[in-house]
Design a protein around this ligand. Structure first.
Ligand code: GRF
Length: 345
């Protein structure tokens, strides 16, 4: 099977690029990333491409006297690499009409809102200010007007009462990482057609296919989107250091001097740390019988496992697929509390 040759254009962090690289690493995925292009030499995301042995190219907009000359340089690099589809992923330069027209229906973008709501910058702050109950992201074909064009895939997430822009952005970003690979797959499978500036998707249940609708949205009953387990720890400071240093959590608060209560959080997961003088769990038995202290649902469990591996996290159980289909791994904290991370296969 010939795989669709894709270029990804970035300007910064490149987490969407990383999600696309992961998707393309699956042998049966119908697209391959043949080039990663950035207008900034210091874009952190370039490292994802280098790690995956994907050719990179930096075309600095400052080196060009006009937008047209910059666009022409981009176009030349894309043509030389034989690119068939261009994915903008946090690419912070406006492309000129001529470029957009030349790549019409072969140029896609991801935007962190449910377009046509909140195009442009400061998306999450404006969504919160408007008091919307639902946020999300959109993958769309690019047209000359910014953040406008036929919608391919959208993913929705709830806006929660105590959201700030960081929390909302993190929740939306997590679904961006599913929506972009889905859109790329649909395009690469030849299922996406633009008709009267609307996208039609061929195949069964196409409408549902192009809408990622995580639990909590449009549910017929209330759904629990997060849990706040209590962990008993003998040293609040050491425990906070472990969660922040190894697991990428932040400290929400620490109380007492010396501290006897704290809360650490990452995205929707909040863990309450309660000081105890002596361990309350029989750790030998906990390990022997997999007695869990917390179960934390994750949208991309394999990626989290890789992140933790890179951080040198001690695993009680490495990543595995359970007989019922979920993928799980278990981390032991410094007090021997077993934390299960679980996601869809
Ligand atoms: C994403 O939120 C994307 O929707 C927007 O820019 C951000 C890029 O993030 N267009 P990353 O560089 O992919 O991490």
């Amino acid at each position: 099977m010939a795989r669709l040759k894709v270029a990804v254009l970035i300007s910064g962090r490149g987490s969407n690029l990383a999600a696309l690289i992961d998707a393309c690493a699956t042998p049966e995925f119908p697209a391959e990333i043949a080039l990663v292009l950035s207008n900034r030499a210091d874009a952190a995301g370039l490292a994802h491409a280098t790690r995956a042995a994907i050719p990179t190219c930096v075309i600095a907009h400052r080196d060009f006297a006009s937008r047209a000359a910059f666009d022409a340089a981009l176009d030349g690099a894309l043509a030389r690499a034989g690119i068939e589809l261009v994915c903008l992923a946090g690419f912070m330069r406006l492309l000129g009409d001529a470029f957009v027209t030349r790549w019409r229906d072969r140029l896609v973008n991801i935007h962190p809102s449910l377009l046509p709501a909140f195009p442009g910058l400061d998306t999450h702050a404006r969504a919160l200010a408007a008091g919307v109950r639902v946020a999300g992201c959109t993958v769309h074909f690019v047209r000359p007007t910014m953040d406008e064009g036929p919608i391919i895939v959208q993913a929705a997430v709830p806006v929660l009462p105590d959201d700030d822009t960081d929390r909302l952005a993190a929740r939306v970003l997590a679904v961006e990482h599913r929506a972009y690979p889905l859109a790329l797959r649909l395009i690469a499978e030849g299922r996406v057609r633009v008709e009267d500036e609307r996208v039609a998707i061929a195949g069964a249940a196409a409408g549902a296919t192009a809408l990622l609708n995580p639990s909590g949205i449009a549910a017929s009953r209330a759904s629990l989107t997060a849990a706040e387990p209590q962990l008993f720890v003998t040293d609040i400071t050491a425990s906070c250091d472990f969660f922040t240093g190894k697991l990428g959590f932040g400290v929400a608060f620490r109380y007492g001097d010396p501290p006897f209560y704290a809360q650490v959080h990452r995205d929707g997961a909040r863990l309450n740390l309660r000081h105890v003088d002596t361990p309350v769990v029989d750790h030998a038995r906990a390990r022997q019988e997999d007695l869990l202290s917390a179960a934390i649902p994750v949208d991309d469990v394999a990626r989290l496992f890789q992140e933790f591996q890179a951080a040198g996290v001690p695993f009680h159980q490495p990543l595995r697929t359970e007989p019922w289909g979920a993928r799980t791994f278990i981390v032991a904290d410094p007090d021997g509390n077993l934390l299960l991370f679980a996601g869809a296969a």
